[in-house]
Ligand binder design. Structure first.
Ligand code: SAM
Length: 237
């Protein structure tokens, strides 16, 4: 795992302070201890950079760059640490809770981040046929939002053909993966690879395993998906 640069460390410290401050008023995270936030939120969030080449340089004028959408971002994980470490990413944070969008906008403003925006809405509506965000991203990430079959219906429709969906899961996700195979296929995707690793021990907590599931989009998603709000979770494909 590579180290954070001094500039990234300063931005992440500022993000940590804002997280603690806002967490006293709105529910953002159960993890608040400094080292735990660094390992379990910040370090975990940026791990895709160990497996993919992500852009560190801000694209020059006129270049759209690599577009990443973080679905169900909550307090900004993994989207904000990814933006801090890979400033060349054009990041769209999505969450269905308005209060969390207020927090994300404050972080973006306080850290002076550019090329990142926070949008309030549900995946089922923002990725619907004809919606501007549909099939327009190179990368979609999502952590701790739903089981993979449901999550794929939220996330794959946002991807361009050729793009990749990265789901953050626990290493014992074999059954979840098997259950999701049909959904991934119906949505135009294909399981590409699964990478597993351990996040270090923090305090009394033992090391924590993590699996990153990489799903590639091979075909455009049929206009029947995503189904209307609520159905992907009630009746997974
Ligand atoms: N990704 C963050 C993390 O790993 O800390 C937050 C995880 S939190 C448990 C799940 C988030 O997903 C919540 O903030 C919730 O509002 C959002 N969410 C759940 N279903 C959603 C949907 N259909 N569309 C958009 N956001 C959704």
């Amino acid at each position: 795992m590579r180290d954070f640069t001094p500039e990234q460390t300063a931005q992440l410290e500022c993000y940590y302070e804002l997280l603690l401050d806002w967490n006293s008023r709105i529910n953002l995270t159960a993890i608040t201890e400094h080292d735990a936030v660094w390992q379990r939120h910040f370090r975990d969030s940026v791990m895709p950079g160990e497996y993919l080449t992500l852009p560190e340089e801000i694209p020059s004028d006129g270049d759209v760059g690599t577009r990443l959408l973080d679905m169900g971002t909550g307090a900004g994980f993994p989207g904000i640490p990814l933006k801090i470490c890979y400033p060349g990413l054009q990041v769209t944070l999505v969450d269905s809770l308005q209060k969390r969008i207020g927090f994300l906008e404050a972080v973006i403003h306080e850290l002076g981040l550019t090329g990142i925006t926070a949008i309030h809405g549900r995946a089922e509506e923002l990725a619907a046929p004809g919606a501007p965000l549909r099939e327009s991203f190179d990368l979609v990430t999502s952590r701790a939002v739903a089981r993979l079959s449901t999550l794929s219906e939220y996330c794959v429709p946002f991807l361009k053909v050729g793009g990749q969906f990265i789901a953050y899961k626990s290493p014992d996700c074999t059954e979840e993966l098997t259950d999701a195979k049909q959904a991934i296929f119906l949505l135009g995707g294909r399981l590409d690879r699964v990478e597993t690793f351990e996040l270090p021990a923090v305090g009394d907590e033992p090391p924590q395993g993590r699996a990153l599931i990489f799903i590639k989009k091979q075909q455009s998603t049929a206009k029947t998906y995503p189904r209307r709000a609520g159905l992907p979770s009630k009746k997974p494909l």
